[in-house]
Design a protein around this ligand. Structure first.
Ligand code: PEP
Length: 252
C-alpha cells in the first residue's frame, strides 16, 4: 500500500528568513497529518535553517540537485554526503529545468541517482516530455528512454525511489495535464518499472504528477489510481496553498 507523497520544489526562491516564515505557518497546518510523506526541497542556502525547522515535525527535507562525486576539485558542486549532513533524506534528480537550462543528460542523471542511493538519499527522479514530443506522439518513447537510461544498472531497496512524471509543457505554465493524461503516463511509468524491475517494485514506488498543481486541481488529479501525490513548484511557495494541496491530496 503506497502512502500519499507531496514534495515542494522551491527552485531558486526564498531567503533564510522567508523559509522560516513559511515554516511558522506551514508546520502547524499539517501537524495532525500522519499517513502522508511531506518533503520540502529548498535551495541549498536554506537547508540548515530548514533542518532546524523540520525537527520534531512530520516533514522531511530534500535538496534540488547533487553531484555524483564525494569530494574533490568540483567548484560549485555539492556532494551527496553534504546533503545528508545538512539533514536531507531526499534529492530531486533530472528536473526538466536542469535538463533544458543546465543541459543535464540521461547519463549524468544516472550517475546522480547512483550517487544519491549510495549516500542513503531517496531520489525524486523526474521524467517527462516536451510539448513538441507530445504533439508528435512521442511522449511514451521519451519517458521510456528517460526511465531506461536514468535507472540503468541501478538497484534500490523498498521505498528507496520516487518517480515524478512532469510534462515539461505543464511546469510553471499554469496549464496542468488533464487527470486522464497524467494517469495514463503515471501508469506507463509503472509499466516501465515492472519491465526494468518487477511487478512488486512497480507497485511499491510512489509515482507523482508535477506541473501546475494547485489547490483547485489537486483533488481531480489525486483521484487517479496511479498518481500517488505531487511534486509542486509555484504553489508550494505559499504555506497555505501547499497545506491545502496536501490535505486535498490525501482525500483524493
Ligand atoms: C516543478 O518545479 O517541479 C513544478 C512542477 O513546478 P510548477 O508546480 O510551478 O509547475
Amino acid at each position: 500500500m503506497r502512502k500519499p507523497f507531496f514534495a515542494a520544489n522551491w527552485k531558486m526562491h526564498k531567503l533564510q528568513t522567508e523559509a522560516q516564515d513559511f515554516m511558522k505557518e506551514f508546520v502547524p497546518e499539517v501537524a495532525d497529518l500522519k499517513a502522508v510523506d511531506i518533503v520540502i526541497c529548498p535551495p541549498f542556502t536554506a537547508l540548515l535553517i530548514m533542518n532546524m525547522a523540520v525537527q520534531n515535525s512530520n516533514i522531511s527535507l530534500g535538496a534540488q540537485n547533487l553531484f555524483w562525486e564525494e569530494k574533490g576539485a568540483y567548484t560549485g558542486e555539492i556532494a551527496p554526503s553534504m546533503l545528508t549532513d545538512s539533514g536531507c533524506g531526499y534529492v530531486i534528480i533530472g528536473h526538466s529545468e536542469r535538463r533544458s537550462v543546465i543541459g543535464e543528460n540521461n547519463t549524468q542523471i544516472n550517475r546522480k541517482i547512483k550517487a544519491a542511493l549510495s549516500a542513503g538519499l531517496i531520489p525524486i527522479f523526474c521524467v517527462g516530455e516536451t510539448l513538441q514530443e507530445r504533439e508528435n506522439q512521442m511522449a511514451r518513447e521519451v519517458v521510456k528512454e528517460q526511465m531506461q537510461e536514468g535507472l540503468k544498472e541501478i538497484t534500490f531497496s523498498s521505498r528507496g525511489l520516487v518517480v515524478a512524471y512532469e510534462p515539461v509543457w505543464a511546469i510553471g505554465t499554469g496549464v496542468n495535464a488533464s487527470p486522464d493524461d497524467a494517469q495514463e503516463m503515471c501508469r506507463f511509468i509503472r509499466e516501465c518499472l515492472s519491465v526494468l524491475y518487477d511487478e512488486n517494485t512497480a507497485q511499491d514506488v510512489p509515482v507523482l504528477y508535477g506541473g501546475s498543481v494547485k489547490p483547485a486541481n489537486t483533488e481531480q488529479l489525486m483521484l487517479k489510481e496511479d498518481i500517488d501525490g505531487a511534486l509542486v513548484g509555484g504553489a508550494s511557495l505559499n504555506p497555505s496553498d501547499f497545506a491545502k494541496i496536501v490535505r486535498l491530496g490525501i482525500n483524493g
